[in-house]
Design a protein around this ligand. Structure first.
Ligand SMILES: [Zn+2]
Length: 87
């Protein structure tokens, strides 16, 4: 059986390497948010296409941003709050 390609192969590239001006910094949670799931998990490199160097910086900065309460750790707290507000 021959598998047809459903998607045109698109080369993944590191956004931070492509744009040197793009900062990897905990002060920019708007950028970091692109690299976590809606439940707050850090996305794997194979999914985002970020290079090894920037993935290391990224994880560090995401963890810093969490400590500064700029990003979420998990969605658990959020759902608990929502449930309580519904009652
Ligand atoms: Zn890179």
């Amino acid at each position: 059986m021959v598998f047809k390609k459903r998607f045109a192969p698109r080369r993944k590239f590191c956004r931070f390497c492509a744009d040197k001006e793009l900062p990897v910094n905990y002060k920019r949670p708007d950028i970091l948010r692109d690299f976590i799931t809606e439940r707050g998990q850090i996305l794997a490199r194979r999914i985002t296409g970020v290079c090894a160097h920037h993935q290391r910086l990224l994880t560090r900065e995401i963890k810093r941003a969490r400590q500064m309460a700029l990003l979420i750790y998990t969605a658990t707290h959020d759902s608990v709050v929502k449930k309580k507000s519904m009652i």
